[in-house]
Design a protein around this ligand. Structure first.
Ligand code: FNR
Length: 348
């Protein structure tokens, strides 16, 4: 019997079903759980005021991003190796998106072929690109995704140092990569970070290069500083995903809610602004939209659903967030996302 709210119930189920190392891989952050708390508290500290008695006019959550018409602004963030969590894997996530008119970003580290994932989807999916150490290998991965029929490229730039967070079990791998990115061999006395990983990390020159390679909408994921968002626009990017990678990379970063208003003020009229990290409810989605985000991504919560019930679990998570978003709109007298952006919110 389920007595908890659905997302908490799925988190509990996921923990019970997954091997301990997989659960730890999913939940871990860079700060012993503290960064996760900061991320979640950032959204929770914003408060909205009820506005009863307002008639709703053809209420809906529709939005349009890069010409794609979406029923709602909730996206599934890229999460690697989804077959670790359930045999349905990324294809299960795509099927859930079909059921709930959702959009997903397929990770560079997907555990199923991007062509097969895209084939199962009723709409073109977005592809999340990780730098592959050099332009040639990055281009090869990009070409594979474009050939599969993806409709946007999300270049994740906040995780250039790939720490091995889990030993993958037999049979699960990043099947879309020609070969996994390995750190170049070090000489005695050289450092793993400066002389190893960082020599293969992308720079702004590579963003400018990538812009020339991609004829689709291009977003940078993992920006938190307003000057970086401005630079992304200068490089011709169509959108940014304001994100601290769910707190998994750098400890002691601000929450996305803390940095979002400055970034919206600076570049909100020039590119699409998406957010993620710590979004745990439709109320959080509502607040992010009210603060100026065009769409909102979730990470861990849909993986809890995947681990608990496969594709069906992911669909239930999206439905729950949609219901909560709609309920928050109804209780604040808001009929659509344009009105939602005018809502005043309060600090707790
Ligand atoms: C991620 N994330 C991630 N991001 C990315 O760009 N490519 C990837 O392959 C992955 N893989 C990945 C694995 C796991 C297990 C997690 C939890 C996260 C980050 C993800 O896209 C997103 O930024 C965060 O998960 C958002 O934070 P919440 O919603 O999990 O708090």
């Amino acid at each position: 019997m389920q007595s908890l709210p659905l997302l908490s119930y799925f988190a509990q189920q996921a923990q019970a079903k997954l091997p301990a190392d997989v659960w730890h891989y999913l939940q871990s952050d860079a700060g012993n759980g503290l960064q996760l708390q900061v991320n979640e508290a950032g959204w929770q500290s914003k408060k909205v005021c009820p506005r009863p008695l307002q008639p709703l006019h053809q209420p809906n959550t529709r939005c349009s991003i890069f010409g794609e018409q979406w029923a709602h602004p909730i996206l599934l963030a890229p999460v690697a190796y989804q077959r670790l969590f359930h045999a349905d894997g990324e294809i299960g996530t795509a099927v859930a998106c079909n059921a709930q008119q959702g959009q997903m970003m397929v990770s560079s580290l997907a555990s199923q072929a991007v062509s097969e994932i895209v084939m199962q989807a009723q709409q073109p999916l977005w592809f999340q690109l990780y730098w592959q150490g050099d332009r040639e290998r990055t281009q090869a991965l990009l070409h594979k995704a474009v050939a599969a029929g993806i409709s946007a490229v999300v270049f994740t730039v906040d995780a250039p140092v790939k720490q091995a967070l889990i030993d993958l079990p037999e049979g699960i791998s990043a099947v879309n990569l020609a070969q996994p990115l390995a750190m170049r061999p070090l000489q005695t006395g050289q450092s793993t970070v400066f002389d190893g990983w960082m020599t293969q990390a992308p720079t702004w020159d590579d963003v400018a290069w990538l812009r020339q390679q991609v004829n689709l909408p291009l977003l940078l994921k993992g920006l938190m500083h307003v000057e970086d968002a401005q630079r992304a626009v200068e490089c011709g990017c169509d959108g940014v995903v304001i994100s601290n990678h769910g707190g998994r990379v750098l400890d002691s970063t601000p929450s996305v809610a803390a940095v979002l208003p400055t970034i919206v003020a600076a570049v909100g009229s020039q590119c699409k602004i998406l957010v993620d990290s710590g979004v745990r409810s439709g109320q959080d989605v509502f607040k992010a939209l009210a603060m100026g985000a065009d769409a909102v991504c979730i990470g861990r919560p849909y993986i809890w659903g995947l681990a608990a019930e496969g594709a069906m679990g992911v669909a239930k998570v999206i439905r729950t967030l949609r219901d909560e978003l709609e309920m928050t709109m109804a209780l604040t007298g808001v009929s659509n996302l344009a009105e939602l952006r005018q809502v005043e919110f309060f600090e707790s």
